[in-house]
Ligand binder design. Structure first.
Ligand SMILES: [Zn+2]
Length: 400
């Protein structure tokens, strides 16, 4: 039986697991119900299982019996988002204000599928596989916490490679597997600014110190700065997603605040932004005689695929599903990932997978994180087969 055929056999139970996860989404680093479901799904398999101390992660190690070899890590993230689901799916979220809007329910179920498949074929496996079930990808640095707790040393030997698949609700046609060597996802930082002035009557601004015009100038200056100071072919994006000041039209407030997400595509630009943005903001505040607090927080580094591992993963995908089912992306995508932290230490690749329903229009379908986003279950077979195949083949290489 081929890997894809075996993955297809597992499909029914994986869909069930995925839908159970979807109905009961959990947020952040603590996902007790999700962890329970994963542990139940892995129960009885010949795995060495450990759970996280500071987060509800699950690390499972499979010792291959097909001969000596290295170790490969496969990762699936498990957390949901604070989004009110409107997808209308029959397995829609039962928890108000929470939704698996980024498809991590599929990642979890697909990784369970790979574990099931590889346990069945343990005697063909030349080395060990580490299954990394990770909470807290959505801004909680769950990968960092798992690395701290030793996931990269779980096999007791150095990892030769690490792979992850991320599903996409739009942009890609159903089932298409896409990746690229080098930078594949942006770095992410957060900028939080509070400008402090002195409140007063709206009719007499000269007797107060108005923080509002200064904040407006800052928001505009951020856009000018990023387009003037950075190469257009190594771009920077700053989006101010929250801005607030004041209570009514004739009152000058004491303070005004805003928060921005900052995305960049190279380590050099991320480092430059770390000093450049606070300097710009402080300069404007100073020009207006206002005090300012600037908090620049690094969220995730840029995600960089190892060229060899990317080529290897895409070649495996071509052999499994056909050459027309695989594409090399012409440029990186604008999301960010804490799998970047794994790839800083282990060679590997992240692959995107089109999970739009067959026949859907990738250009108009709601995107990941949207309340109406839908992800098609049928891609579970591809996730399971590709992850299992990557581990098997890569370990065979390490043994050769
Ligand atoms: Zn995601």
């Amino acid at each position: 039986m081929t890997t894809v055929e075996r993955a297809r056999e597992l499909h029914g139970e994986l869909v069930e697991l995925r839908r159970a996860l979807h109905r009961e989404p959990e947020l952040g680093l603590h996902l007790p119900r999700t962890q329970e479901k994963v542990l139940a799904a892995l129960d009885g398999l010949p795995l060495e299982i450990s759970t996280g101390r500071s987060l509800s992660s699950v690390t499972a190690v499979l010792r291959g019996t097909g001969g000596p070899g290295g170790a490969v890590l496969l990762r699936g993230d498990m957390d949901a988002l604070p989004v009110q689901e409107t997808s209308g799916a029959e397995y829609t979220s039962r928890i108000d204000g929470r939704m698996h809007a980024c498809g991590h329910d599929l990642h979890t179920a697909g990784l369970v599928g790979a574990a099931r498949l590889l346990c069945d074929r343990r005697e063909q496996l030349k080395g060990d596989v580490v299954f990394m079930f990770q909470p807290g990808e959505e801004g909680f640095n769950g990968a960092g916490a798992m690395i701290e707790e030793g996931v990269l040393e779980a096999a007791g030997k150095p990892l030769d490679a690490a792979y992850a698949i991320h599903v996409a609700a739009n942009l890609l046609p159903h089932g298409l597997l896409v990746s690229r060597p080098g930078t594949v996802l942006s770095a992410c930082d957060e900028l939080c600014v509070t400008v402090r002035g002195r409140g007063g009557h709206g009719s007499a601004p000269h007797l107060a110190q108005d923080p509002v015009p200064a904040v407006c100038e800052m928001v505009t200056a951020l856009q000018t700065y990023t387009t003037r100071a950075f190469d257009a072919f190594d771009p920077v994006i700053v989006t101010v997603g929250r801005l607030s000041a004041g209570t009514q039209s004739n009152v000058i407030p004491d303070t005004a605040t805003f928060e921005a997400t900052v995305r960049s595509y190279s380590e050099a630009n991320q480092a430059r932004l770390r000093t450049g943005l606070p300097t710009l903001i402080r300069g404007i505040a100073q020009a207006h005689g206002l005090e300012v607090e600037v908090d620049f927080r690094t969220v995730y580094p840029v995600t960089v695929n190892t060229p060899d591992e990317t080529g290897f993963a895409l070649e495996a995908a071509r052999e499994l599903f056909g050459p027309d089912q695989v594409m090399v992306a012409p440029r990186p995508s604008s999301g960010s990932e804490d799998f970047s932290l794994v790839l800083q230490q282990v060679p590997g690749a992240m692959v995107m997978l089109g999970a739009i329903a067959p026949g859907g229009d990738p250009r108009t379908a709601p995107m990941n994180h949207a309340p109406s986003a839908t992800f098609d279950d049928r891609v579970l077979t591809r996730q399971t087969a590709l992850l299992a195949d990557l581990a098997t083949r890569r370990l065979a290489d390490t043994a050769a």
